[in-house]
Unconditional design. Structure first.
Length: 392
């Protein structure tokens, strides 16, 4: 794997030093996942014929728009990346259900853009906080977006607190605020939003920040911090339900295509990064262990495994990186993910983990377009189209 460009390496070095200090709380996915994008241009994203703005063409090794071609197999662990656009601090990329457009979230400008279009789809009407782990952090489209135009954003407001708001396509003002959470520190804000197989909106909440979860939010069921939450935005009260506890900073999580499991990339403190994978729905006492454990290793209060403990399926030490970015499960039963700091990648296929070959610096988010092709938002400002190497 080639080295990152020097300007990215310099920026990363500064961020890692800040993250590993007492106030920074160790390397974090937000520190890693949302900070390294160097300030590129604020002009409209470039357009080219290579941009994945529609369903993939009918070509060998690709999913055809008709669904008749051979489905790409990502299990090989060897991939080809092509930079297709550039944005200002992109932190999310993907397509809504039943929509060929590709949307990109820009963190500090608090904009949602569409590849190939100059005008933003949305600019948040209120200012967002500008810390390295703050801003507009997540986006989720309602499963019936094509009919109802509903979508949801996760951001930290001017006071640094988390808000999850609903918007409707064409509108520039929020329709409803579904969640507000006070953040005691500017780091570990989580930020991911994903609709689950049960139709609820899932929200990843970090432990509130600082270092070592000093208030023990992650293990405190009276707090929404350090949790996986679910909100029924179609029925009921809309009150967030705690689905799992014991998370440090689940910067990116995703559901398996069959809806029977969930993958979580939970960012570690000073030594260990972890990937969690467990059956869905989760048990009522699901507990991923932080701050008692960091990965499989004791961290605080003796490191005893709590009731309902769900341990990682893979961990790696800070010899191999410093901030995991959770990925997505792809055709071939392949879960691909990477480390923001080292740009090392791994693929898990049927429970077996091996290194993956992918040349993209600073992965921030793994998303899919309408044809199921993999897109990666990078801390270098780029959006990349990823395909399996031919013949791999």
């Amino acid at each position: 794997m080639r080295r990152r460009a020097p300007f990215v390496a310099v920026l990363l070095a500064g961020l890692v030093l800040a993250a590993c200090g007492g106030g920074g709380g160790g390397s974090t996915a937000s520190t890693a996942g949302t900070t390294a994008a160097p300030a590129t241009t604020s002009a409209a994203p470039a357009t080219s014929a290579a941009e994945p703005t529609t369903a993939p063409e009918t070509t060998s090794g690709s999913t055809a728009s008709t669904g008749t071609a051979t489905e790409p197999n990502y299990a090989s662990g060897s991939y080809r990346a092509r930079r297709v656009a550039e944005f200002d601090r992109p932190v999310w990329v993907g397509s809504p259900p039943g929509d060929d457009r590709v949307f990109v979230v820009e963190q500090h400008d608090a904009r949602i853009r569409i590849l190939g279009q100059r005008a933003p789809f949305l600019t948040l009407p209120e200012p967002v906080s500008q810390g390295e782990e703050q801003g507009l952090l997540g986006l989720a489209f309602h499963p019936d977006f094509a009919k109802n135009g509903r979508y949801f954003v996760n951001f930290t407001d001017a006071s640094g607190n988390t808000q999850v708001q609903e918007f409707h396509a064409g509108g520039q003002r929020p329709v409803k605020t579904w969640l507000e959470v006070d953040q005691p520190y500017p780091n570990h804000n989580g930020g991911n939003l994903v609709f689950g197989p049960d139709g609820r909106l899932y929200v990843g909440m970090g432990d509130g920040g600082s270092a070592g979860d000093p208030q023990n939010h992650a293990q405190d069921r009276s707090s929404l911090l350090g949790k996986l939450l679910a909100i029924d935005v179609d029925h009921g009260s809309g009150k967030p339900a705690i689905v799992a506890i014991g998370l440090r900073n689940p910067w990116r999580f995703s559901f398996a295509p069959d809806g029977k499991s969930i993958w979580i990339g939970d960012v570690g403190q000073d030594r260990w990064e972890e990937i969690d994978h467990t059956a869905f729905p989760l048990p009522s006492d699901a507990n991923f262990g932080w701050r008692l454990l960091e990965g499989n290793h004791p961290y605080a209060d003796g490191g005893a495994k709590p009731k309902g403990y769900i341990g990682p399926v893979f961990e790696y030490s800070h010899a191999d990186g410093c901030s995991v970015t959770g990925g997505v499960e792809l055709p071939g039963n392949a879960y691909l993910f990477g480390d923001y700091c080292s740009a090392k990648y791994w693929v898990i296929v049927n429970g077996q983990v091996r290194p993956a070959k992918l040349d993209i610096p600073a992965p921030v988010h793994f998303g899919l377009d309408s044809g199921g092709r993999l897109l990666v938002a990078s801390g270098d400002g780029g959006v990349y189209l990823v395909t399996p190497e031919p013949g791999a």
